[in-house]
Ligand binder design. Structure first.
Ligand SMILES: [Zn+2]
Length: 125
């Protein structure tokens, strides 16, 4: 029995879920990179002047939106990688703060969780 109390098949299931999520994140990241490249070249083509070019503000807005989505995707990728490395070293499902099992319900809802619900509440509250 591991410290997390999770069975080997359960751990294998999380590994599969996290790997699929990683693949999706990576795909999203490359789609985003392409969209951001489009915005950049649209800006360069139009020599966009945000003051006068009607397309300017739209492109700026689109850029901020893509940038925010990209940051989110990068953060998620990071969280997924961290969870996968915890799976590899046997600490997956163990609270990083108190060392108690995180609990299967929380892990099912949030496989990247590093903290048990009590510690997460303490930290966010
Ligand atoms: Zn805890």
């Amino acid at each position: 029995m591991s410290a997390s109390g999770l069975s080997t098949p359960t751990l294998a299931r999380f590994k599969r879920v996290l790997r699929e999520r990683r693949a999706l994140d990576a795909e999203e990241a490359s789609t985003l990179a392409a969209s951001m490249g489009d915005v950049l070249s649209a800006r360069a083509d139009g020599q966009a002047d945000d003051e006068h070019d009607p397309e300017g503000p739209t492109l700026s807005f689109e850029w901020s939106r893509l940038d925010a989505v990209q940051r989110e995707a990068a953060a998620d990728l990071h969280a997924v990688d961290a969870a996968l490395s915890r799976l590899a070293d046997g600490t997956f499902g163990v609270c990083a703060r108190c060392g108690r099992p995180i609990g299967i319900d929380r892990l099912n809802a949030r496989p990247t969780a590093e903290l048990c619900i009590d510690c997460a509440r303490l930290i966010s509250g």
